[in-house]
Design a protein around this ligand. Structure first.
Ligand code: ADP
Length: 319
């Protein structure tokens, strides 16, 4: 392996830049050339590829988003699109590709690998919903952003003795809601992985109020329902003053936390090591603070599991 490529794909996440930096510096450390693909798989098919030097990744470790840009491409889901991508990689003399993204991006990496072009997947998404890793790059930063918001909402909630619903990202995975809810002392957390009874939640909130509880915070993952719908359903059962905050895309941005920068640096460097060892078709991850890697096809088949022990703990602590 003399020359590798790197791209970021799907939804951007804080720490993607730190991962690209690690890929570039680790490769150059091993005297391998690195090319950056601009604009994800769309940029790959159109040959938007440029050489990256040590200095190309200077001053980016602390920046959110991805300086390589990201894109979504339906065309890349077709075999023709993938063949065009491979042709561009070969034209640039690239022998292996690091793909930083979510599970959709992993499917693209898997398709390229199956067609003979070795790829390694690096998990980058705020949702923490990629199989084969306990944590994804960007998750810690997103949760910290949510916590920052909850702490501020808590100030006004307690001043006005109100109930607040905070809707957070997470279509299929409740990780952001769960971790932010536990860390933010939420009364109730609604996640897609656990069924909840709105009647019971409303009655519990009412009881808390009757007991003199001044304010309550409820965290809802967008995959369960939107915050306004949750408010409506609770108000149908219990008459209370509820305010809704939808955090939206602020959760995607911002400077990555230490945890995300370190994780990104470790995973990016490991991806290069795998390509150098001729181990394409892998997905890297972290489990119990140890780096792991799985066959990307097997990884995609693994279920992502939210930590239900944390969910139970949160319920126990919010009585
Ligand atoms: P994420 O990687 O964050 O999950 P997407 O699901 O949007 O984001 O996937 C990113 C890109 O990966 C898609 O726009 C598409 O180009 C590519 N991709 C997704 N699924 C497949 C697939 N089954 N085969 C090939 N490429 C895919």
């Amino acid at each position: 392996m003399k020359r590798i490529g790197v791209l970021t794909s799907g939804g951007d996440a804080p720490g993607m830049n730190a991962a690209v930096r690690a890929v570039v510096r680790k490769a150059i450390y091993h005297e391998i050339e690195v090319y950056g693909v601009i604009g994800g798989y769309a940029g790959l098919m159109s040959g938007n590829i440029e050489k990256l030097e040590l200095g190309s990744v200077g001053d980016i470790i602390h920046r959110g988003g991805t300086f390589l840009q990201s894109a979504r491409s339906e065309e890349f889901k077709t075999k023709e699109g993938q063949q065009r991508g491979i042709a561009q990689l070969r034209k640039h003399g690239i022998d292996g590709l690091v793909v930083i993204g979510g599970d959709g991006s992993y499917r693209g990496a898997k398709a390229l690998t199956e067609q003979g072009f070795p790829c390694v997947g690096v998990p980058g998404t705020i949702d923490n919903d990629i199989p084969g890793t306990q944590f994804t790059i960007g998750f810690d930063t997103a949760v910290n952003t949510v916590i920052d918001a909850i702490d501020k909402i808590r100030d006004t909630a307690s001043s006005h003795e109100r109930t607040f619903i905070v809707e957070v990202m997470g279509r299929n995975a409740g990780d952001i809601a769960l971790w932010a809810g536990l860390a933010g002392g939420a009364e109730t957390i609604l996640i897609p992985e656990a069924e909840q009874d709105i009647q019971e939640i409303a009655q519990r909130l009412k009881k808390g109020q009757d007991r003199g509880k001044k304010h309550s915070i409820i965290i809802v993952a967008e995959g369960v329902m939107n915050g306004y719908e949750a408010s409506k359903q609770i108000q149908e059962v219990a008459d209370m003053d509820i305010r809704v905050t939808v955090l939206g895309h602020v959760q995607r941005g911002g400077s990555p936390t230490v945890t995300d920068r370190v994780l990104a640096s470790r995973l990016g460097a490991r991806a290069v090591e795998l390509l150098l060892a001729d181990k394409g078709g892998r997905a890297v991850g972290i489990e119990n603070n140890k780096l792991v890697d799985y066959d990307i096809i097997e990884a995609l088949a693994m279920p992502h599991k939210v930590d239900l022990d944390l969910y139970k703990l949160s319920s126990e602590l919010s009585i």
